[in-house]
Design a protein around this ligand. Structure first.
Ligand code: TRP
Length: 491
């Protein structure tokens, strides 16, 4: 590393009074991909300084990291016949830079700047060392090196940033069809299009299970198996364990300044859970604060989208507000306000008609249930309590058997036929449930099979989640450092 280059750059920034320039320090990085992750930025905000050798000598081009060079065009502009990237040895011996952390300024080079850079307010470039970067407005960058603006790049398909998803579950039990409909199906559908992160929120699980840590630990791998069974591909989606990313707690405490006790006390999810858990008289603070902790989960990768069940809507709303307040207070744009994405149905009722399906309520149909269990549970489904004989006209609205038909039965004509006969008292529960079993089993059988095959792969899945956690930590560190910088606590 050549410290002289960095010092020269910094004194030139001062000399030219380039006010937009800021320096960002971070862990060492070796590639653009790593860089984008660490900084929590998108490729279009990253800038590479490419050094070329031509028959007329060395020249440099600033190019956005989501674009690639059209060398024919550039040759024309330069009016040269040969244009080759300088070798790492040449870059080092001629300019003192290491390829991978080439600085944005060297007095011996003539600079060109692709015009696409001007579409950005700010851009991140190298200083010449692998632990520090410069954030600068394009016009200041141009002034810095006296660069000539050229139009020589085009989009690079492999560098198009995918938007990010963060969502996940508490490992307190196996996942059921409510999770499938509410969120898992969306995650499977979106895992190609988005860069998806799935959190196993074991610390959040402890907030109301701190006296039962074994349950929380055991269920981590059960949830992983359920993800796999539902169709999550671990080579596409990053699964991770909350407790392996301690930056979560750091970001949580930074965000806490922007949440009020009053705001949490009005959070509908917290209110309901406090009632269910009979906490009103003595609510553990750890539990009370978990919406802020969950906001940290979402913001630490700067998620764009959060696919969740409707019950989580207030959590995403709180997250948005925290991000807005933080940005506003420090006049920055570090935190992204995510959107919630809800599943097909607002809520999947339990087989007993309870609005919520849950382990403690004993009313769930689980992804790991056998065919036999599925049949038994469907037979137990609560239909219309006022209907005594099959010849009595029945009610379809709110009837759990029909709610499930709507969710699982793709044969819409069959569902319509059953509904209309049910209303007229022309079909019995037995037929309704038999057809429901067929429809549900068709959807759940492949999931059940994958769930079985996952049983022997638990150790492997746990390793995958631990590896995923390392990847998430790098991203979270980048966000946390930017927040520290904004709060003036970075040294
Ligand atoms: N609160 C969620 C649940 O109970 C789990 C969770 C933790 C989560 N962190 C998250 C969901 C972040 C979405 C985003 O199911």
């Amino acid at each position: 590393m050549d410290i002289k280059n960095v010092e020269r750059l910094k004194s030139r920034v001062v000399e030219l009074n380039l006010k937009s320039a800021k320096y960002v320090t971070h862990a060492p990085i070796r590639s653009v991909d790593e860089y984008v992750k660490i900084m929590g930025i998108t490729y279009d905000h990253g800038l590479s300084t490419l050094i070329f050798k031509t028959e007329k000598g060395f020249i440099a081009l600033y190019r956005r990291d989501d674009r690639k060079l059209n060398s024919g065009k550039f040759k024309k502009v330069l009016n040269v016949k040969s244009l080759n990237l300088a070798s790492p040895e040449e870059v080092k011996s001629e300019f003192g830079f290491v390829v991978g952390s080439v600085g944005v300024y060297h007095p011996k080079l003539t600079y060109y700047m692709d015009k696409s850079i001007f579409e950005k307010e700010m851009i991140y470039g190298g200083t010449g060392i692998d632990t520090e970067d410069i954030q600068i407005a394009p016009k200041d960058l141009q002034q810095l090196s006296n660069a000539q603006v050229v139009d020589v790049t085009e989009p690079a398909e492999n560098r198009v940033n995918r938007k990010r998803i963060l969502t996940g579950d508490r490992p307190t039990g196996k996942l059921h069809i409510g999770h499938l409909i509410g969120s898992l199906n969306n995650r499977v559908m979106l895992q190609d299009e988005y860069e998806q992160f799935l959190i196993i929120a074991n610390i959040q699980a402890l907030t109301d299970n701190f006296d039962n840590p074994a349950k929380v630990r055991e269920n981590i791998v059960e949830v992983l198996c359920d993800y796999y069974a539902a169709g999550i591909d671990f080579s596409k989606s990053t699964v991770y364990i909350q407790s392996e990313v301690p930056e979560t707690h750091e970001i949580f405490i930074y965000l806490s300044n922007f949440a009020t006790v009053q705001q949490i006390s009005h959070n509908p999810t917290i209110k309901t859970e406090m009632k269910q858990l009979k906490m009103e008289a003595s609510t553990p603070l750890g539990f009370y604060m978990y919406p802020i902790h969950q906001a940290a989960d979402i913001l630490l990768v700067n998620a764009d989208l959060v696919p969740v069940g409707k019950d989580q809507a207030p959590m995403v709303e709180d997250t948005r507000e925290l991000a807005r307040k933080f940005n506003k207070t420090y006049n920055c744009n570090i935190l992204n306000s995510p959107e919630a994405l809800f599943g097909a149905e607002s809520n999947v009722p339990g087989i007993d008609g309870n609005a919520k399906m849950g382990k403690s309520l004993g009313n769930g149909i689980y992804l790991s249930d056998s065919e036999e269990e599925l049949r038994k549970k469907i037979n137990k489904i609560y239909t219309d309590p006022n209907r005594i004989r099959a010849t009595d006209p029945g009610k379809v609205e709110g009837n759990v058997a029909f709610v499930y038909h709507d969710l699982f039965n793709d044969n819409l004509d069959e569902v319509e036929d059953l509904k209309s006969r049910y209303k007229l008292g022309k079909v019995g529960d037995v037929e309704v449930k038999e057809k429901l079993f067929k429809a549900m089993n068709q959807k759940l059988a492949p999931i059940r099979e994958r769930r079985l095959s996952a049983e022997s792969r638990k150790a492997e899945f746990l390793d995958i989640a631990i590896e995923g956690s390392k990847k998430v930590r790098v991203i979270a560190r980048g966000i946390a450092d930017q927040m520290k910088e904004a709060m003036m606590i970075k040294f």
